[in-house]
Design a protein around this ligand. Structure first.
Ligand SMILES: NC(=O)c1ccc[n+]([C@@H]2O[C@H](COP(=O)([O-])OP(=O)(O)OC[C@H]3O[C@@H](n4cnc5c(N)ncnc54)[C@H](O)[C@@H]3O)[C@@H](O)[C@H]2O)c1
Length: 324
């Protein structure tokens, strides 16, 4: 992911990549090739932060290190972008927010799904207000084994936070954008098939939101086909999206159904990763505040954390979770 973000920074004329840090020498070599010019290389992020030649830092290490490294970046005085999930739990996330507030430096989190065409389109359609208020949403995102994404840290709950934080934090963030403030989480889950991980490979979570709105998330890594789909129910319309058919169906009350192939939804829009890096660079230059602040991203972490707590303790978890 760090390399993907590096490519997006490299093609933005407002930014120069001056330094890169990784504990793996092979990753440093690849970064040098992608950067398009000579960059300083570090194997210890603390030395990079001392170098004083940077305005902002992009953190794309495994999430068990997000809090520690992001807080160090903020305290060194840099606007900081950190990949999703913000951290492994709300306490770590809150410590990151507090560091941002203390230092006055912006903290942006890579909840990029909201910038990806299909989901951005859904959010923009809902924002027109012409479909009425959303009152319920259901998502299913299931996959098989990790395959080429398999890394030791991704296979353990202690380092990745389980599938809900590692993967579904994207859909959770989308649901929060649509349904607003979450009030409780009730979840069930187990490990049925996937013996490469030490966490649940199938989870269903029911989430309540302010004003009684309802959310449902199905997550899994025990699916031999793979699916990323969902429905948004609004007072005057309904939206379905489905990665299997690669189609979005949308209908406003009193109008015909529209079916949009994913590939036809604004191919002119900038990609999600380009946009998040563009906005981060602009925030580093002081052109505007960060656009996906930690205060928003912590709420997605909270739902994932509460869901696993609900599974372990077999009860409904009321939100918010304690943050200190
Ligand atoms: N936005 C998305 O859709 C998306 C997609 C993939 C990954 N991610 C997130 O990006 C992050 C990285 O994921 P990945 O797939 O690139 O993982 P990865 O394991 O492939 O890469 C992580 C890199 O971090 C380096 N690293 C680890 N500890 C370090 C340290 N202390 N100092 C410097 N470098 C260190 C590793 O050597 C490795 O090169 C994770 O938080 C992941 O959840 C987000």
């Amino acid at each position: 992911m760090g390399r993907d973000l590096l490519k997006e920074v490299a093609r933005n004329r407002k930014a120069t990549i001056s330094a890169f840090c990784d504990i793996d020498p092979a990753a440093l070599r690849q970064a040098q090739e992608l950067a398009g010019g000579p960059i300083k290389q570090f194997s210890d992020y603390r030395q990079m932060l001392d170098s004083n030649e940077i305005d902002g830092v992009v953190v794309a290490v495994p999430q068990d290190q997000h809090a520690k490294i992001s807080i160090a970046c903020l305290e060194a005085g840099y606007t900081t972008f950190c990949e999703k999930p913000m951290a492994l739990n709300v306490k770590q996330s809150q410590a990151m927010i507090s560091a941002s507030q203390r230092t006055g430096k912006g903290l942006m989190i890579g909840q990029v799904l909201r910038y990806i065409n299909v989901y951005r389109y859904i959010l923009e359609e809902i924002a027109t207000g012409t479909y009425g208020k959303p009152f319920a949403m259901r998502t299913i995102r299931t996959m098989g084994r990790w395959g080429s994404w398999s890394k030791p840290w991704r296979l353990r709950h202690a380092t990745c936070g389980g599938l809900l934080l590692e993967v579904n934090v994207h859909e959770i963030d989308l649901m929060l954008r649509i349904l607003g403030e979450a009030t409780s989480v009730t979840a069930f889950g187990s490990r049925f098939v996937n013996d490469e991980v030490d966490y649940e490979d199938f989870v269903t979570a029911q989430i309540t939101f302010a004003e009684g709105k309802l959310g449902s998330i199905t997550s899994g890594s025990s699916d031999f086909l793979g699916k990323n789909a969902g429905e948004v129910f609004l007072k005057k319309g309904t939206i379905y999206f489905d990665s299997v058919t690669q189609q979005l169906h949308i209908r406003r009350d009193g109008e015909d159904r529209r079916t949009l192939p994913y590939g036809g939804i604004h191919p002119d829009w900038e990609t999600g990763t380009y946009r998040e890096m563009r906005e981060f660079i602009e925030a580093c230059l002081g052109e505007h505040p960060v656009t996906i602040p930690g205060e928003e991203a912590i709420r997605a972490v909270e739902i994932g954390e509460a869901a696993y707590l609900s599974i372990r303790e077999r009860r409904t978890i009321s939100l918010p979770l304690p943050r200190n």
